[in-house]
Design a protein around this ligand. Structure first.
Ligand SMILES: *Cc1c(COP(=O)(O)O)cnc(C)c1O
Ligand SMILES: [Zn+2]
Length: 483
């Protein structure tokens, strides 16, 4: 066990894919996307995990805390938690261009008072491609990198469908690894923000736009995965789930490993992230690194809520049914048939067995609450995206339902940077949301640039007169007088 902070660990696990549909297992020496026996999704397990349990929890805590200061590039980013992520990689495989270690920012007293609850945002928008997707891509690309080395492939075409951020991240990581890796992304035309479209274009990926929604793009890439030699990077790819588990590790480390009285709020789209976060906390709990599991709240919009619907009825009445999505400002989570649903079901069962029924819940919020959650957060100094706003709305909802008490600290996942989703802020401020969003802006939250009339500043004109006139108007607007 590499106990000094810079030493790469000696431990090597033995990873295998475990199908969530039929239980079949396959060795991780090959790239599998879905189960060859039943088409189910996988979770990756380390067959030697029991050996890790021989190390006491406080030793693990010391190791991970010491590594926070490591200068070894193979132990940075998500790989600070190497043994819990993909302990089959060698240092030269690791692809880690600065993801992870995102700040957790406690809300100011004004916002906490308004919400009636201690809360913090974990700013996943401060990842390199400005969303949490980089955690999963770091793991998936490191694994692909190790396959390239072992199998001496001459080319590797990576493919994904995306609501915007998966493609931004995949394209960036592919560009960072470089030849022989190339990247193709499929996007639903007109359904990603201009910023999210600019990202894969800037990384040099081939960007294909489809007339359809995300779920249609997904079907096309799955067809490709079944019929062509490509590596699919959607969250069915279980290597991504592994990398995303590090969100849970970082939340626990931020809390100094005291996860009692903590509640973690996560938006659910394709449900990869919530699966990963549950899996991550479960690992920490099994290793004795944390003593109590935090509570986990999934959040969904009324306009895309299949997971909420499933859990909103008693266990014996639950039937999973995909829904047709309606327009959502939480666009990155606007998914009617989440591919990771079987993972959620399996992990939620395990989570609830350890943490009780209330350990995992799903709440539903309105589109209005999502956008206003984002605006409120950002008016209090955060950089929340619409999905971060969805988490704040979810917290307020959970509080309203009495599902969470005022002495719990809520950690809200702002899954991307606010700037990626500024078009929703703009539609609110301009009152230009199409009717299907069901959003009516409230004047007190609207903020618009105000033109100062004054004169026209021209090179020939009288600049001093212009400045005097403009200054007078500014003073007038602000209610200032000369002192
Ligand atoms: C992908 C994404 C989501 C949804 O995450 P899932 O893992 O698909 O549930 C939420 N927010 C942002 C910003 C995303 O990019
Ligand atoms: Zn199977």
């Amino acid at each position: 066990m590499g106990r000094t902070r810079d030493a790469f660990p000696d431990y090597r696990g033995e990873m295998e894919y475990v199908c969530q549909g039929c239980g079949s297992r396959f060795p991780a020496t090959e790239l599998y996307y879905t189960c060859p026996d039943c088409g189910g999704v996988f979770l990756l397990k380390d067959k030697r995990f029991a050996e890790l349990m021989e190390t006491p929890g406080d030793t693990w805590r010391e190791i991970f805390d010491a590594r926070a200061a490591s200068k070894n590039p193979a132990l940075q980013g998500i790989f600070r938690f190497y043994e819990l992520v993909a302990p089959i990689l060698e240092p030269e495989d690791i692809v880690s261009p600065g993801e992870g270690q995102t700040p957790v920012v406690r809300a100011n007293p004004h916002l906490e008072k308004r919400v009636g609850q201690p809360l913090a945002f974990k700013n996943e928008g401060q990842n390199p491609s400005a969303s949490f997707k980089d955690r999963g891509m770091a793991c998936a690309f490191s694994y692909l990198h190790s396959l390239l080395r072992h199998k001496q492939w001459e080319r590797l075409l990576t493919v994904c469908a995306s609501t915007g951020d998966t493609s931004a991240s995949a394209a960036m990581y592919a560009a960072y690894v470089g030849p022989p890796v190339t990247s193709v992304v499929l996007l639903p035309r007109g359904k990603v923000t201009p910023q999210q479209l600019a990202q894969p274009l800037g990384s040099g990926a081939r960007v294909l736009e489809l007339r359809g929604v995300f779920d249609d793009c997904m079907k096309v890439v799955e067809y490709l995965a079944e019929n062509c030699p490509v590596a699919l990077l959607n969250s069915k790819n279980s290597w991504r789930i592994l990398g995303q588990e590090t969100y849970a590790f970082e939340v626990a480390q931020w809390a100094d490993w005291q996860t009692r009285d903590k509640a973690v709020f996560v938006p659910i789209g394709n449900a990869g992230n919530i699966s990963a976060i549950m899996a991550g906390f479960l690992k920490l709990h099994k290793l004795g690194i944390i003593r109590e599991l935090p509570r986990i709240f999934g959040v969904q919009s009324r306009h895309a809520d299949p997971v909420y619907r499933y859990y909103s009825v008693p266990p014996q009445e639950r039937v999973y049914e995909p829904v047709s999505v309606r327009a959502s400002a939480a666009q990155a989570a606007m998914i009617g048939n989440p591919v990771s649903f079987p993972r959620v079901r399996a992990l939620a069962e395990e989570y609830q067995a350890r943490a009780g029924e209330s350990g995992f819940q799903v709440v539903q919020v309105s589109e209005q609450d999502i956008v206003e959650g984002m605006l409120e957060a950002n008016r209090h100094g955060h950089i929340a995206c619409t999905q971060g706003g969805e988490c704040l709305a979810g917290l307020i909802r959970a509080r309203g339902e009495g599902a969470i008490s005022g002495d719990t600290t809520a950690v809200l996942n702002s899954t991307a940077h606010s700037l990626k989703f500024q078009s929703f802020q703009q539609m609110y401020f301009e009152d230009s949301f199409p009717p299907e969003y069901d959003i009516e802006p409230r004047s007190e939250l609207i903020n618009q640039p105000q033109a100062i009339q004054g004169g026209e500043a021209s090179p020939e004109g009288d600049r001093r007169a212009f400045i005097a006139q403009a200054a007078a108007e500014v003073m007038d607007r602000l209610g200032l007088s000369s002192s």
